[in-house]
Design a protein around this ligand. Structure first.
Ligand SMILES: Nc1ncnc2c1ncn2[C@@H]1O[C@H](COP(=O)(O)OP(=O)(O)OP(=O)(O)O)[C@@H](O)[C@H]1O
Ligand SMILES: [Mg+2]
Length: 356
């Protein structure tokens, strides 16, 4: 076991009937790392999490945790804590009793249990509610109690399945920051399932971008955003400007020249001449005006959308793919219907195989 293989999932596969839900997934998570599984509904996130927790039996594959093969262990012997989207607290117990629940099975003295409960309620800012019934709590408060309960037993690994999706936006943002701080403080390894890209970008050390039962890219938020490995990762995480085209030349350094409907561009990629590709650029990497040595095009402005701090300029493209600039300031004199010179460096553009 190396330090970045505190948890190691190897070739996990799962089918329900004829549908393959997980297709040979590998996942390595380091000690104290916070990893998100990010992907659209139905891509297999919960299934993967349940296999790690022992709540679903995989058809094939192994799960190693802290050097031990836990593939065949029942959930309660895995040292894995789970927090689900629905709070799943015990409604007849108080806040403190809920947090104490897992500790009772550990043969601890009552004063030891009380001290741990107090500590974890304090960590999630719920000390004042210790004696309340959990039925008398808001959604965010219940979710805090659920986190405290899962952490109180000091699991080796904490699994969280969309724990904040039922909360309003403001509370969700607070909980994201608080949970992150708490896990860092405690040095807990966590896997967090979400289909919210912002949540994943904000919270994670690394993100596994999942699509149709596979992990398409597993990397830091910065790399996934700046260098999406696949068209799916490009489209699912953040906005992108995209142009379809045909490769006309390539150089061994890993750049291609592409003929697009808006004109020729250079992009990162390795394709033979004649290949159909999709060129993707992040909208904030495109600037108004010409730049020496950069890709320069003159697309027709379609629309300007004000979004408070940011402004989007959308352009017409013959292939109906999105092509936009995201900026904080617009040049003067822009008018929809007119061509506008824009530019982006080849290094910020990536060519992907065209989706057929
Ligand atoms: N017990 C089951 N029986 C049959 N099909 C199942 C079962 N559990 C999951 N599936 C199917 O497996 C696929 C993946 O489900 P999973 O719950 O892992 O998706 P998910 O990525 O968590 O999606 P969501 O974001 O909607 O929660 C879905 O098509 C789902 O319908
Ligand atoms: Mg799910």
């Amino acid at each position: 076991m190396t330090n970045d293989q505190f948890l190691s999932v190897r070739q996990a596969s799962k089918s329900f009937g004829t549908a393959t839900v997980l297709d040979g997934v590998d996942l390595d998570v380091g000690r104290a790392e916070f990893v998100s599984l990010l992907g659209p509904s139905g891509c297999g996130k919960t299934t993967l999490l349940r296999i790690i927790a022992g709540l679903t039996v995989a058809d094939a594959g192994t799960v190693l945790l802290d050097g031990a093969d836990i593939t065949r262990l029942p959930p309660h012997r895995r040292d894995v804590g789970v927090v689900f989207q629905s709070y799943a607290l015990f409604p007849h117990l108080s806040v403190a009793e809920n947090v104490a629940f897992g500790l009772a099975a550990k043969n601890m003295r009552r004063d030891e249990i009380a001290a741990i409960v107090a500590r974890f309620l304090d960590l999630v800012h719920m000390s004042a509610y210790a004696d309340r019934s959990v039925k008398a709590l808001s959604g965010g408060q219940q979710q805090r109690v659920a986190v405290a309960r899962a952490l109180a037993v000091r699991p080796k690994l904490l699994l969280l399945d969309e724990p904040f999706s039922a909360l309003d936006r403001k509370l969700r943002e607070t909980m994201q920051i608080e949970l992150r701080r708490l896990l860092r403080e405690l040095g807990i390894t966590a896997i967090f399932v979400t289909h919210d890209q912002d949540e994943a970008l904000i919270m994670s050390d690394r993100i596994a971008v999942m699509n149709a039962g596979r992990i398409e890219q597993f990397d830091t938020p910065e790399t996934i955003y700046a260098r999406p490995a696949t068209v799916f990762a490009l489209e699912f995480v953040g906005l992108s400007a995209r142009l379809a085209g045909t490769v006309t030349a390539y150089d061994p350094a890993g750049m291609v020249a592409v003929d697009t409907a808006l004109g020729p561009v250079r992009a990162r990629g390795r394709f033979a001449p004649g290949s159909r590709v999709l060129v993707g650029v992040r909208p904030e990497r495109i600037a108004f005006g010409r730049q020496d040595g950069a890709n320069t095009l003159s697309p027709v402005l379609a629309d300007i959308v004000f979004q408070g701090a940011r402004i989007q300029a959308h352009f017409q493209t013959p292939d109906d793919l999105p092509f936009l600039i995201e900026t904080t300031t617009l040049p003067a004199g822009l008018a929809p219907g007119n061509p506008v010179p824009i530019s982006f460096s080849a290094d910020n553009a990536t060519a992907y195989p065209a989706v057929t």
